[in-house]
Design a protein around this ligand. Structure first.
Ligand code: ADP
Ligand code: MG
Length: 364
């Protein structure tokens, strides 16, 4: 089994208020084709382990990509799923979803409790939920104003967050009640601080522990489900010292995450886990025997094109530039009375204009 971090792309549908266009298209099962923002006669094709378009359901993504990861925690391994992308690209929809269209978190927890019933095993299931904001850790299960939690290393060099609340959960309904309250905590913080929730990473960890009669050992598997901060470069549009510090902390931690993913996927000897709080915390759950997946969320449309390119350039080094299928439309210059007169007197015909279109003419 490969322990590389799988990179999957998901393009959300156009929203009702958006004007659809064809600057971003899914090609086959693994390729995203996007107009080059600097030269609209070219497309760039980005390759992923899987690529999903607007019609892919939450259930399909869960079944295809997340379920196998969740299964591994019952063998005592760790698994991590991240959603990466700019604000508005569909990260929260994918990882959390809504009541009508639940995402990865509720599906994973239902799956874990179903496992517990099927195995009739004495699984001890605990959750923690925290936020990393400007390189500081905040507990979402027991929020306290201005209290941040320190990251420590134990005697065996395992990293942990000192004082982080862990709650035992006994059923899906029990989990959901705790989780909904914690989401409320996140929301309160976001109204106090302008758009805070898109500027922090939210990490839900599920720990499953059980005693195995056969081996007389205690086993533990862990699942991290992460809604990353928006990857937009706020430095372009925001000012003020606070915002700058915030943006550079976000950009830096995402940059380090990108380097960690790349180092793991290319088998590099040095993986820079220690360079940000988040990668330090996840160190034991990325690489090694752990399974990881990054879902790259993309918003369609020309308005997002530059952000889309930044996102895709971060997420995959596998790409090629291709010519866009182009229609050369010839438009006859409209003759005016003056043109006709001048032509009659020996002037050249007015020039024909060739318009380079962005899409071939539709077949009748
Ligand atoms: P982010 O968390 O990346 O900022 P959201 O998850 O909040 O983005 O998504 C932005 C908007 O797009 C929301 O209104 C959300 O409901 C909608 N949306 C995102 N992905 C999908 C999808 N796959 N299908 C339908 N609506 C989606
Ligand atoms: Mg969000």
């Amino acid at each position: 089994m490969s322990h590389k971090i799988k990179v999957v792309c998901r393009v959300r549908p156009f929203l009702q208020k958006e004007k659809p266009d064809s600057s971003v298209t899914v090609e086959g099962k693994t390729v995203l084709r996007v107009t080059n923002p600097r030269d609209n006669t070219k497309d760039i094709r980005f390759n992923f382990d899987a690529c999903y378009g607007a019609r892919t359901s939450q259930e399909t993504i869960y079944k295809n990509d997340v379920r196998p990861l969740v299964e591994t925690i019952f063998t005592g391994l760790s698994a991590t799923v991240f959603c990466y992308g700019v604000t508005g690209a569909g990260k929260t929809h994918t990882i959390q979803g809504s009541e009508q269209d639940p995402g990865i978190i509720p599906r994973a927890l239902e799956h874990i409790f179903m496992h517990q019933r099927q195995d009739a095993a004495d699984y001890d299931i605990r959750i923690s939920y925290f936020e990393i904001y400007k390189e500081a850790v905040f507990d979402l299960l027991k929020p306290q104003d201005n209290v941040t939690l320190p990251i420590r290393e134990d005697a065996s060099h395992k990293i942990f967050i000192a004082g982080l609340t862990e709650r035992k959960v006994t059923s899906f309904e029990h989990f959901d009640a705790i989780y909904q309250r914690a989401l409320g905590n996140r929301h309160t913080a976001s109204t106090k601080l302008n758009n805070h929730s898109s500027r922090s990473h939210a990490i839900l960890t599920v720990r499953v522990e059980w005693a195995d009669d056969l081996t007389k050992k205690t086993w533990c598997g862990r699942l991290h489900l992460i809604d990353l901060a928006g990857s937009e470069d706020n430095r372009r549009t925001e000012n003020g010292r606070d915002r700058m510090a915030e943006s550079s902390a976000i950009n830096r931690s995402l940059f380090v995450l990108g380097q960690v993913v790349e180092a793991l996927n290319t088998g590099s000897l040095r993986v820079p886990f220690r360079d940000s709080k988040m990668t330090r915390i996840l160190q034991d759950s990325l690489g090694g025997e752990s399974l990881g997946m990054m879902i790259v969320n993309v918003a369609p449309g020309t308005v997002f094109l530059q952000d889309t390119h930044n996102t895709l350039n971060f997420a995959t080094k596998s790409r090629e530039v291709v010519n866009k299928p182009v229609a050369h439309e010839v438009v006859e210059h409209k003759w005016t009375a003056v043109d006709r007169l001048q032509h009659h007197r020996g002037a050249a015909r007015p020039a024909r204009t060739v318009i380079v279109g962005t899409s071939p003419p539709k077949a009748a």
